[in-house]
Design a protein around this ligand. Structure first.
Ligand SMILES: NC(=O)c1ccc[n+]([C@@H]2O[C@H](COP(=O)([O-])OP(=O)(O)OC[C@H]3O[C@@H](n4cnc5c(N)ncnc54)[C@H](O)[C@@H]3O)[C@@H](O)[C@H]2O)c1
Length: 445
């Protein structure tokens, strides 16, 4: 177990389930004074008798050491626990309702208990949520409940932070000492720093961010993990019907750290397209169907991709303008390949709705195109080729709504010359807001 370094603090931990019990043991081992709080007397009694209230490798030993050395005790008395601690961590459950909605009933109740106790305390207390909660839960439920019950202002009179928990049951203690990352969202930097101090000496990046971002990150992680499992299972099902070893296939897949297990393709932007992804996705889905293999996730990818194009059309229509400029319409920058370019699909859709379009892409000009790409334009999208102009400036002058279709520095530079009643819709995965007087937004994000 690596040694944790940091100044000792008194921490009350509300909720002694999987998260609360594990972090009680680990923080106590790190030298902090822990007061565990639970409404369940049995869990409180178990901790006070040196036993873990949950099955988790190594936790009995940590709790036993903590109770013997006096660094852990448990109680049902929330007021005394808040009074006798500097920081409170909320680890109560956040279950699903029957509808699938998040149920924050335990959170509301525990915040009332903590808030009432803070009302009687003179020193500034810090409340840190460890429970998993949807974005907006801190500002909409946790902070109002604490403020109402304590009569104090969040940030000014008490500190508030969210520090999502990433441990996995069965390896929870190992995960505590080897976190993939530590994420803290707080109202004030000094509260964020205080929480970070609890993890001094642990590996992994320490990330300070906004409260809503920290709330969201936890869901993104879990949904992505669910997506990975489902993806592997659906690929495995297809492999099985073909008599192919799915473990070998996924093993090879995982060796690609450049495009597969990497940040590649993980920036929100616009629909995918081009001459490979749509065609190969369709072919694999058709193969699965022909062999009666249900792959609902793989089937859903195309639908989701079409939805991105529909969302862009909707966003453009909402502007209430007719003159549309498109900079970049090959499926990605640096190619003249227009096959299944989602920007071309978008342009055709807009044309059908009577918008006046002008398009420019330095790599796509009929004069220079040869072979398959020229034939593609002439046979499939001759109407689009008639709208092509020869410079960025022509598009910018024409456009009430300017669409950036793929990454090109010159497109972004041209935005500096726009005026305030023009609109820019950026379909690229560019993450920086460019300098422009025009309104600027993306379809995703
Ligand atoms: N279990 C995991 O592996 C895991 C991992 C990461 C995050 N999380 C998240 O952490 C949170 C807690 O999960 P868990 O699995 O530890 O839950 P759990 O159900 O095991 O434990 C919650 C505990 O809170 C107690 N509690 C309820 N109301 C209380 C109150 N007012 N005062 C004091 N105690 C109260 C309950 O009696 C229970 O012992 C959830 O939001 C969960 O999504 C869980």
């Amino acid at each position: 177990m690596p040694e944790q370094k940091g100044s000792e603090l008194k921490i009350s931990i509300f909720g002694l389930g999987y998260v609360g019990a594990v972090i009680s043991g680990c923080f106590a081992k790190g030298g902090h004074q822990i007061i565990g709080v639970d409404t369940d007397q049995t869990k409180v009694d178990l901790i006070n008798s040196g036993k873990s209230p949950i099955i988790e490798t190594g936790l009995d030993e940590l709790i036993s050491e903590g109770t013997i050395s006096g660094t852990i005790r448990a109680t049902t008395d929330s007021e005394a626990a808040v009074r006798d601690s500097d920081i409170t961590m909320i680890c109560v459950g956040t279950p699903s309702r029957n509808t699938g909605d998040l149920d924050l009933a335990f959170i509301s109740r525990v915040c009332e208990d903590i808030g009432r106790a803070m009302a009687k305390k003179d020193s500034r207390h810090i409340v840190v949520a460890r429970s998993t909660m949807l974005p907006g839960s801190m500002s909409g439920t946790v902070i109002p409940a604490l403020e109402k019950a304590s009569g104090k202002r969040a940030g000014e009179e008490f500190g508030i932070a969210i520090n999502p928990e990433f441990l996995r049951e069965s390896t929870a203690i190992y995960d505590f000492y080897n976190p993939p990352k530590t994420v803290i969202g707080a109202l004030l930097p000094q509260d964020s720093e205080m929480v970070a101090g609890l993890y001094a000496g642990l590996p992994g990046p320490m990330i300070h961010t906004k409260i809503e971002t920290a709330e969201m990150v936890k869901y993104v992680d879990n949904v992505f993990h669910a997506l990975k499992i489902t993806f592997a299972n659906e690929i495995g099902s297809i492999c099985k019907t073909l008599g192919i070893d799915s473990h070998e296939v996924m093993g090879i897949f995982c060796q690609d750290k450049k495009l597969n297990l990497s940040p590649a393709y993980l920036k929100p932007g616009f629909a995918f397209g081009g001459s490979c992804l749509p065609k190969d996705l369709r072919a694999l889905n058709r193969l699965a169907r022909a062999r009666d293999v249900a792959v609902p996730m793989l089937n859903g990818i195309g639908q989701s991709n079409d939805q991105q194009i529909a969302a862009a059309v909707q966003l453009i229509r909402e502007k209430g303008k007719r003159r549309i400029g498109i900079l970049g319409f090959a499926f990605k920058a640096g190619t003249d390949d227009l096959r299944e370019s989602p920007v071309v699909t978008l342009a055709e859709n807009l044309l059908g709705k009577g918008f006046e379009l002008k398009l420019y892409d330095p790599h796509v000009s009929l004069a220079h195109l040869i072979g398959a790409n020229r034939r593609y334009i002439e046979h499939h999208i001759p109407h689009i080729s008639r709208l092509m102009v020869n410079s960025i400036a022509e598009v910018v002058q024409h456009a009430e709504v300017l669409i950036i279709g793929n990454q090109n520095e010159d497109y972004f530079k041209s935005l500096a010359g726009l005026v305030s009643d023009q609109h820019v819709i950026d379909l690229t995965a560019n993450s920086k807001r460019p300098e422009t007087a025009a309104t600027y937004e993306r379809v995703s994000g």
